[in-house]
Write a protein that binds this ligand. Structure first.
Ligand code: ZN
Length: 707
């Protein structure tokens, strides 16, 4: 008996040693402030001209994960912004290259920049014209803010990987979350073959796939997960910069893992809720209703009395802040549960492949299960009519495309450049009726991308296919399944996990299945490279898998050219700030309405302020909520503008006025302790004529919180 016990012990020990030996990974995590201009700049996502920033609810972050097997390394970055951008990635790589610590380590090939797809972040960071129309062009300050954040986060993750030791560990887990998403084009989903749909229980993916990162001491240093849901809990009336439901989930996760007094964005534990195949997936789980009648919308066209403007998705909260909170919380709770129970070790090798492909002109043989294989091709980019209708998460966008003269000066300047589609182009996109024939436009610069990136990451049995578009639920399932089969048949892995890194590296709109495309809802109309786009992407992804399996280089076109000198901007800079004669910047114009507050109440204070575009306050804050420490008589910061409980509203004191007001609100929660508090505001004003920038601050009267 004793001998058997020994044999078992030795066997167990050797298997443990085996695991450790094969998982010699160096991993690091890093977080950086990505908040761009929170005022005046249009938000990316809904393409609503009047949805411009008027303050900040929650700072945006870039979260990076560096993984190195001693031979090869990759960095995955999830950013609280609309989507990956080629110019932002290029600029971040340039900054990494200029830094002696990170020089010659990062390239287009081994870095992935994926957008969380929040629709409440500043726009103007993309080099393609179509995505600049509502932001009145390219916004340099916001572009720099995003790029610098990616650079900082990647650098931190790289530096931290050295400190985390040579035997760091990644663990994998997955779990089901069924009440945090809904299909917003269910009638298009029904176009997919019945037998295919029957293999899946739902018309959205409910699985959350997660990686847990530990240093070699076994301490948790980070979490990264993928779950399909749009960043559209905050609707197109929101004017406060926000990470939406995923930003809130990250905030909660990081708060729970970092020390209690650590302020948002300052802790070493990094938790990203990354985007994946969310193309047709909405967080508005109550479904769609008509704003005027309160009745459900007509389902096929998502209209109310024939009009799309009135039909919007709702819930699960009573307002958008509550909805974002609930959907974020549900993702956080599930992620925390599967993070805590994660135990499947992901070991090396680390590998990657990257290619730039011309999606406007890709010809390939399509495997046809029901007949002979056929040769098909993609088309130069074009938007269908349903694109103008928008979605039930944000109806009626791009209404300016209906006429050539609108209140949008940018559109007026460029609309007559639009070309008429040729017969071949019309046939190629059939049955999509072409509204905007953008793919063949290169003046004053490209309107949409033709050459797009596709990237494959590998960590042992874990594979990420990083796509530049919004794949729908079924499109994503097909991609994952086809890749997993190929990975197995080529012997790369017997039990691969494949995830889709959504909206990565560049933006090329949506990707539906061939069948969903026939329905021509918003997602099909926005599948800009035509009905065979998904098959084209799968064909190219399989090529990358093959290259990886045969250890060969992947063929690629050169990186698309970047010329920022050509970029148009009609918004212009903010020139100067003024304050009423005899008054000072930072003066309180509205004190707390009471001297004593109960938990659950909201405090509101207003200050004479200036345009926050003067100073992005990167890694700083526009506000603090402070409590008086009775013992030391010091004021301790308990909340900043990175907290969900605070809001910073900015408003000009008249339409053309250069004097402005900042209103700061703080929601007192049950966890806040009783005591004496004050609220402070920090900002920078710009002097008239000289343009000199001067910092100022303001402090409210003290008030107490009881109970
Ligand atoms: Zn989207």
């Amino acid at each position: 008996m004793k001998q058997i016990a020994w044999i078992i012990t030795i066997f167990l020990l050797s298997s443990l040693i085996g695991t450790t030996a094969s998982s010699t990974l160096q991993v690091g995590t890093g977080i950086a402030d990505a908040t761009g201009e929170v005022a005046q700049v249009n938000f990316m996502g809904y393409a609503m001209m009047n949805q411009v920033g008027a303050g900040l609810h929650q700072r945006l972050r870039a979260r990076a994960y560096y993984i190195d097997d001693g031979t090869k390394h990759i960095a995955f970055v999830s950013v609280d912004f609309g989507m990956g951008s080629h110019v932002v990635k290029a600029r971040a790589l340039e900054l990494l290259q200029q830094d002696n610590i990170t020089k010659n380590i990062f390239t287009f090939d081994n870095v992935c920049v994926s957008g969380t797809h929040t629709h409440s972040g500043p726009a103007g960071f993309m080099n393609h014209l179509l995505f600049q129309v509502t932001s009145l062009g390219f916004q340099k300050a916001t572009y720099e803010a995003y790029s610098t954040a990616i650079y900082n986060a990647v650098k931190k993750s790289y530096v931290n990987s050295k400190a985390n030791g040579k035997n760091a560990v990644i663990k994998r887990n997955a779990g089901m979350l069924s009440n945090a998403n809904i299909n917003r084009s269910p009638t298009a989903y029904l176009y997919n073959p019945l037998e295919e749909r029957e293999r899946y229980g739902n018309n959205t993916d409910h699985e959350m796939v997660l990686l847990r990162f530990e240093n070699e001491k076994g301490e948790g240093i980070g979490m990264l997960n993928w779950f399909s849901v749009h960043g559209t809990s905050m609707n197109n009336t929101n004017q406060l910069v926000s990470g939406d439901n995923k930003g809130y989930a990250s905030y909660l996760f990081e708060k729970s893992k970092n020390a209690k007094d650590v302020l948002p964005g300052q802790g070493s534990f990094v938790a990203a809720f990354a985007s994946t195949n969310l193309g047709d997936v909405s967080p508005n789980t109550n479904g769609t209703y008509c704003m005027d009648t309160g009745l459900p919308c007509e389902p096929v066209h998502s209209t109310c009395n024939g009009k799309n403007e009135m039909c919007v998705g709702r819930g699960p909260g009573t307002d958008m802040f509550e909805s974002a909170k609930i959907i974020g919380e549900r993702q956080y709770v599930k992620a925390n549960e599967i993070y805590e129970s994660a135990n499947k070790i992901v070991s090396g090798p680390v590998d990657f492949r990257h290619t730039f492909i011309d999606m406007s002109n890709l010809t390939f043989t399509r495997n046809n299960s029901t007949g002979p294989d056929d040769v098909v091709h993609t088309c130069p980019g074009a938007m269908g009519y349903a694109f103008a209708a928008g979605t039930t998460d944000g109806p009626g966008m791009f209404n300016f495309v209906q006429s050539t003269t609108t209140s949008n000066p940018f559109w007026n300047a460029v609309s007559d450049l639009i070309s008429k589609p040729t017969k071949a182009q019309i046939n190629c996109h059939h049955p999509k009726p072409i509204l905007l024939n953008v793919g063949e436009l290169t003046k004053p610069y490209e309107w949409v991308s033709s050459v797009v990136p596709l990237q494959l990451f590998r960590i042992g049995d874990f594979f990420m296919i990083n796509v530049p578009t919004e794949f729908t639920t079924m499109a994503g399932r097909r991609m994952r399944e086809r890749l997993a089969n190929e990975i197995m048949s080529l012997g790369l892995s017997k039990t691969p996990t494949v995830v889709i890194g959504g909206l990565s590296n560049m933006y090329g709109d949506y990707t539906t299945t061939f069948e969903e495309y026939q329905a021509q809802r918003y997602e099909g109309a926005s599948t800009i490279f035509g009905p065979n786009e998904l098959e084209g992407f799968i064909h190219e992804a399989l090529r990358l898998v093959n290259d990886m399996a045969t250890n060969s280089k992947s063929k690629t076109l050169p990186s698309p050219e970047i010329d920022l000198k050509k970029m148009i901007n009609l918004l212009g800079d903010w020139k100067y700030d003024t304050v009423e004669i005899g008054k000072k910047f930072g003066d309180v114009t509205k004190q707390p309405s009471k001297t004593e507050y109960k938990k659950g109440e909201t405090v509101s204070v207003s200050f004479r302020s200036a345009n926050p575009r003067n100073n992005l306050k990167t890694d700083e804050t526009y506000l603090t909520v402070e409590i008086l420490d009775e013992k030391s008589n010091n004021w301790i910061v308990v909340a900043t503008d990175g907290d969900w409980s605070t809001k910073f509203h900015w408003q000009r004191n008249g339409k053309l006025s250069h004097s402005s007001t900042a209103t700061i609100t703080w929601d007192i929660s049950a966890e806040d302790v009783a005591g004496t508090y004050r609220i402070k505001h920090f900002n920078t004003h710009k002097k008239i004529f000289s343009g000199t920038k001067l910092d100022f601050e303001g402090t409210s009267n003290v008030f107490t919180v009881v109970g």
